[in-house]
Design a protein around this ligand. Structure first.
Ligand SMILES: O=C(O)CCC(=O)C(=O)O
Length: 303
């Protein structure tokens, strides 16, 4: 990657696949690291929930996803800065913006383990949760295993990001197939396409692009690492505390990965030494989100 026509395609379609840019060795590190994290390798809060008696597969079978694993794991931080990924991000993240110079920062990681029978995520747009000010939110979704129609690969609706419209969300009621998260509605699904991928491929997509994944109906894992990035010039009003003026709020638990951070002078916030586990299979109640909370009241309040 990536010549100008790839960049034009990304701006127009809202997604781009880069084949084979993560090596088997790197994938092996990722597979091992999630087991180590789950077994409590790193001091911190959030993962003392599995018995020592369980096998690796028994532990992994209980995890749908781990949020912000890079808050604890240096291996995950290395992936956030992986050069093949950041080179592409430096060309596409703000390619729709005038005067953009390739500056990119990362604010989120999510490690999907998604074992046998684990549900998909219904239609959504990532900007709904992570609001950039310039529509620059960009996911890099790394296939750690082959992602297939049967094990729950992603689906996208090409060009659905174009207008920058955030669709409303509601409870979808299909809890045998999708997790608890509300689904977007009010659009035409007829142009949806599946995005099967080989292990080592990376799907990049814009934060307004409608996408979903399906349930894993196989007996193996469908692991993937989703990393989220944005233009460093945009403030990020995310994870706010109550009396913060929204116009100035700027989430600073970020990692600069390309170019200069124009707001470097603000400094960076150290993330908490904690990660969040999503273990939901199927849910009938919106309140039962299947998240193991860590023990402190602070986290219960926040999440
Ligand atoms: O990996 C999945 O199953 C869902 C990922 C997703 O929707 C996302 O990263 O926004």
């Amino acid at each position: 990657m990536k010549n100008n026509s790839h960049i034009e395609d990304y701006i127009s379609n809202g997604y781009l696949i880069a084949n084979n840019i993560i090596s088997p060795n790197e994938l092996g590190l990722l597979k091992e690291e999630i087991i180590q994290i789950a077994k409590g390798k790193y001091p911190g809060k959030g993962f003392n929930v599995f018995s020592d008696q369980l096998t690796d597969n028994e532990i992994l079978s209980q995890i749908l996803a781990v949020h912000q694993p890079h808050y604890l794991s240096p291996v995950l931080i290395d992936f956030i800065k992986q050069k093949n990924i950041t080179n592409i991000l430096s060309k596409i993240t703000g390619a729709h913006l005038p005067f953009w110079e390739g500056n990119v920062k990362c604010m989120q990681s999510m490690y999907f383990v998604k074992g046998p029978g684990m549900p998909g995520n219904n239609w959504h747009q990532d900007e709904y949760a992570i609001p950039t000010r310039d529509r620059s939110l960009t996911a890099a979704w790394i296939a750690i295993d082959d992602a297939t129609l049967d094990n729950g690969c992603l689906w996208v609706i090409p060009k659905s990001h174009q207008k920058g419209y955030l669709y409303p969300k509601h409870e979808h009621g299909e809890y045998d197939d999708y997790d608890y998260a509300e689904s977007a509605y009010g659009f035409n699904e007829s142009h949806k396409i599946p995005v099967p991928m080989k292990a080592g491929d990376v799907l990049f997509f814009n934060g307004y692009l409608l996408h979903k994944s399906e349930k894993n109906t196989t007996d193996t894992f469908r692991r993937a690492l989703a990393l989220h990035y944005m233009n460093s010039y945009s403030l990020l009003p995310w994870d706010m505390i109550d009396d913060d003026p929204i116009a100035l709020h700027d989430f600073r638990k970020v990692i600069q990965v390309s170019g200069q951070d124009p707001y470097e002078w603000k400094g960076y916030e150290k993330p908490p030494r904690e990660i969040f586990l999503r273990n939901c299979k199927t849910h009938s109640s919106k309140d039962d989100k299947g998240i193991f909370y860590r023990d402190t009241d602070a986290t219960k309040e926040k999440y």
